[in-house]
Design a protein around this ligand. Structure first.
Ligand code: NAD
Length: 706
């Protein structure tokens, strides 16, 4: 959006200073200004951050602003944001962390709701002007207004469900009574964004305007010439009890298929709220508060607040250690266009980089290009931008792009000799400052760097499969990697909208090292006669997004075998055994999903599974999950990761470790460190030394420490 234009619009009516507009007052969240024309402007203007988030101080200032407005109601009240990035991101999630006392939470929820109710009741025309991002409590704030004008770049959402909540500032009742209630529920159940135009079609906003028309649109609105959206007869019919019951039944089925209600209770709570109270706005407002408070203080939401903070912890790493503020990368060259290289190339081009990609197998390149086009269809709504992304992805069978590249990412097969040969040929053709990164899953960076003349520019950028959906990239350096190259790689990862996890160059880094005992234990369970489906179900019941058998197929059995061998060599006699039949499968070319057969058979890319006959039980779950906890502790002790937060974040964002459990170390603490160590001892006695508790548990101490 045109920032100067918007700021000029904002500057114009600010005539008299209100009680919160004093320049320079530290920590300001709002400013209230009144013009001679009798119109008041309430600006969301959080002074200490680049975006508006609502914290306790915001609510204090909203209270003061409302008192002033109630005492002397203006002709109209305009609410908008002074931040270029958008209207508001909603509640400050940090304020919710640790809020587990129900009475205290209920009091805070009630107080914040009372303010929104007062705003809604204020005896004047209330008009919100929305630009950029308007999310959560921001959207709930505009729902208290009489009219909503959206600038064309605006996007609105109620994403609370992603944090294990549903809207809690009246949003459930206000939205489902403003627009088609089934659409309202879909918005809240998915948490997705709605563009300004779609919001207009839904009735969530009353007009979509360009920034330069704000003044005229406001004049028309204040003069009563802009009719607000009103729910139609169909919307009212959808709110009747029988329709609600039927629609709720369908919503429940869909929500259950997406996430287990015992792990993620918010969708069910939201559906219940609407089914019970969706016909009565006032009753729904009341019931929303109690339901929201239950979720807010519950284990799932509290764990997800931590995950939210962990995301920020990793995102901050993309700013590096201060040696080089930018990445200085415009052209990326990708070597190897198989499962990983193809997707890495596609993703880099999607994010604006010029990309050349090469592979001796032209059919692999063809498949990679076709998959990239499909990805762009899904991810880029506007055709000109889609074409531009395709144009940035350059087919380069001769590998000529290497000479222009600022970064080369190698994603050739996991064979050390092959990778070293590639570097030997490649390095003399690279620009002097170009970074050479490997996507290796398990090989030693030190040994891969042997043929290099400039080892200072060599590091690992370890992406996860599938690249388009996995948010993590492990960034690893070896002894000779220069700080500047490492910082550029961290910044580049941030520019790809991925979360960088800095890790040491140990075999398997963090994520594969921790996953491997889990995958191998799953294979041992198969050898003991358990059904594949039962093993997968045991892990999914714990909260893993995919069972270990299906995961091994997804990664590729050849890759799993290579990683297991490398890690086995590093660990010596305590390493879990690799079953012989796995090697035979790989020799036969049954490599998993990519070849259509592995541990499962595949039809149209989907594993053909039977229903497990009997649940596997907590013993089996412990055999799968506790080795991951144990290995995470070993990684922390050995310095593979610098701290517990990076370890938990790495496993959540790189392996999908049950987010609502807060990561392996958070789960160990919640279960009790002493108890976990005891269970590992029992398992070691029953099944062998691979379960022996790591020495690092002692340093973690009692729950809540470390
Ligand atoms: P893949 O077998 O699907 O792809 C490898 C590609 O490299 C093939 O298309 C092959 O034709 C090509 N290739 C062979 N020789 C080459 C050469 N000399 N120059 C350029 N390309 C050559 O393997 P993948 O799963 O994409 O794995 C690639 C790398 O990424 C490996 O190091 C692997 O450990 C790592 N990795 C894999 C995964 C995964 O889940 N599959 C995840 C993270 C990292």
């Amino acid at each position: 959006m045109d920032r100067d234009m918007r700021l000029a619009t904002l500057a114009r009516p600010r005539l008299a200073l209100g009680p919160f507009g004093e320049a320079g007052r530290s920590g300001r969240r709002l400013s209230l200004d009144r013009g001679d024309d009798g119109i008041a402007w309430l600006l969301l203007d959080r002074e200490d951050t680049a975006v508006n988030t609502f914290d306790a101080r915001f609510f204090e200032e909203l209270d003061a602003a409302l008192k002033a407005l109630e005492a002397d109601p203006p002709k109209a009240l305009v609410i908008r944001s002074s931040k270029p990035a958008g209207f508001a991101m909603g509640a400050d999630v940090n304020e919710f962390r640790g809020l587990t006392d129900r009475a205290e939470a209920a009091a805070r929820v009630a107080a914040a709701n009372a303010l929104y109710d007062r705003l809604e009741r204020l005896a004047t025309a209330k008009i919100a002007v929305i630009h950029g991002t308007c999310a959560g409590g921001g959207t709930e704030l505009v729902l208290c207004c009489d009219l909503r004008l959206a600038i064309a770049d605006a996007s609105l959402s109620l994403p609370e469900i992603r944090l294990g909540l549903h809207p809690g500032l009246g949003g459930t009742a206000r939205l489902s009574h403003l627009i088609d209630p089934v659409q309202a529920m879909t918005l809240m159940l998915t948490g997705g964004d709605v563009s300004a135009r779609r919001a207009k079609r839904l009735g969530l906003v009353d007009a979509v305007i360009e920034e330069r028309h704000v003044e005229n649109a406001l004049a028309a609105a204040i003069a009563g010439k802009l009719a607000p959206h009103r729910p139609g007869w169909r919307d009212r019919a959808l709110r009747t009890r029988p329709v609600r019951m039927l629609a709720a039944w369908q919503m429940r089925r869909k929500a259950d298929a997406k996430a287990r209600p015992e792990h993620y209770p918010a969708p069910q709570a939201l559906i219940h709220l609407w089914e019970e109270h969706g016909g009565d706005r006032a009753a729904m407002l009341e019931a929303e508060r109690a339901s929201f408070t239950d979720l807010l203080t519950g284990d799932t939401a509290q764990a997800l607040f931590r995950v939210f903070a962990l995301r920020g912890h990793l995102r901050a790493r993309s700013r590096g250690t201060g040696h080089d503020p930018g990445h200085g990368i415009a052209h990326v060259h990708v070597v190897g266009a198989g499962v990983m290289g193809g997707e890495i190339a596609a993703w880099c081009a999607l994010k604006g980089f010029r990309v050349t990609f090469t592979d001796p197998d032209l059919s692999a390149m063809g498949k990679a290009y076709a998959a990239a086009c499909k990805l762009y269809e899904r991810q880029i709504p506007r055709p000109p931008e889609r074409i531009a992304a395709r144009d940035r992805l350059i087919w380069d069978p001769r590998g000529a792009g290497a000479a222009q590249a600022d970064l080369v990412i190698e994603a050739a097969p996991e064979k050390p000799e092959l990778k070293r040969r590639i570097y030997f040929d490649l390095e003399p053709r690279l620009k002097a400052g170009a970074i050479l990164a490997t996507n290796t899953s398990s090989l030693s960076l030190k040994s891969l760097a042997e043929p290099l003349k400039r080892p200072q520019n060599f590091l690992a950028l370890h992406f996860f499969n599938p690249v388009s959906r996995m948010p993590l990239v492990e960034v690893a350096r070896h002894d000779a990697t220069a700080d500047a190259a490492f910082d550029r790689a961290l910044a580049f990862t941030g520019a790809l909208a991925k979360l960088p996890a800095p890790v040491a160059a140990a075999p398997g880094f963090l994520v594969n090292r921790v996953l491997m005992p889990y995958l191998l234990e799953a294979l041992t369970l198969l050898d003991e006669g358990l059904a594949r489906e039962a093993v997968d179900e045991a892990a999914e019941a714990f909260g893993m997004p995919m069972g270990p058998i299906e995961l091994a197929d997804q990664v590729g059995l050849d890759i799993c075998l290579a990683v297991a061998r490398t890690l086995g060599e590093a660990q010596g006699s305590s390493a879990p055994a690799i079953p012989r039949w796995l090697e035979e499968k790989v020799e036969k070319g049954e490599l998993g999903r990519k070849t259509g057969a592995g541990l499962y058979a595949y039809r149209n890319g989907k594993a053909q599974k039977d229903r497990p006959k009997a649940p596997a039980g907590p013993q089996i779950t412990d055999r799968l999950i506790l080795p991951m906890l144990n290995t995470t502790v070993a990684c922390l002790r050995e310095g593979v990761v610098a701290d517990a937060d990076t370890a938990d974040a790495g496993m959540i964002f790189g392996a999908g470790f049950a987010p609502f459990r807060g990561g392996p170390l958070a789960y160990a603490r919640a279960r009790g460190i002493a108890h976990v160590v005891e269970r590992l001892d029992e398992l070691a006695k029953a099944h062998g030394p691979r379960f022996a508790p790591d020495a690092g548990w002692e340093a973690l101490g009692e729950p809540g420490t470390g």
